[in-house]
Write a protein that binds this ligand. Sequence first.
Ligand code: ADP
Length: 300
Amino acid sequence: YVFFADLVAIAERMATVKHKILVLSGKGGVGKSTFSAQLSFALASMDFQVGLLDIDICGPSIPKMLGLEGQDIHQSNLGWSPVYLESNLGVMSIGFMLPNPDDAVIWRGPRKNGLIKQFLKDVYWGELDFLVVDAPPGTSDEHISIVQCLQVSGIDGAIIITTPQQVSLIDVRKEVSFCKKVGLPVLGVVENMSGLCQRITDLKFMKMTDTGEERDLTQWLMEYLKEKDPELLELVASTEIFDSSSGGAMRMCREMEVPFLGKVPLDPHLCKAAEEGRSCFSDQKCSVSAPALKRIIDKM
Ligand code: ADP
């Protein structure tokens, strides 16, 4: 798929990039872009020079997650210039090229591969400490070409994002085997949207602030919901996403001999920060998810 001349051009471009990290997931909607965006915010806040490249061509959500919707890319004699959120955080996404954010990108493989190559070849990043690449979900032709293109100049490895559900974990196994096959190191697996069940269970041990008496708030919450919002109760009780007790991702990592980096809880404040294009690390409301993400990033 990839011509030698392309590889040479990409290697030249990437010569000024110290570390390259690919963010992968087996499925869409598990939080891959959220993680890529928050990882970039975190690295930039540590004063690293960071580039975030969104090559999720069919669902580019990075412009929104960095509050950069509607921005245009400029071309200079050095190549396409990323859109800068801070002087040390540059972003490039197919989303910047679509005239209307609601436009669907329906492209066949070769055209998508062509665009990915062009992104890697023609974007002028300058000196970077980290290039975070938000890849499309799954393992397709595009992935092979991304890995081939980046491997010529060395790639640190991939972070794989999953949810605790079995359906997502099955796809992660495929993702891990893909990495092993193409010789891409797995830096680790992150279990996202886990832990709400744990948080509800923790309510059991909460003391009532007014009386100091210990009461099982889980029971209270269930009874309250039964009366006020039985549909929500049904959802809480039946949705597998809340069942984080199984530790599925951790077990899978042990079996497949890849590092498990940790869990990020399902947190509506993180969702809000992501959708408003903000860093969760400067949002006090993300008091559970931001430290969880920070621990994962420190471990990488
Ligand atoms: P992907 O890139 O895998 O398709 P996204 O990062 O776009 O997934 O996430 C899908 C949606 O879920 C987004 O609205 C995002 O804000 C939300 N989301 C991601 N992670 C969490 C989380 N831990 N808690 C709550 N919402 C989340």
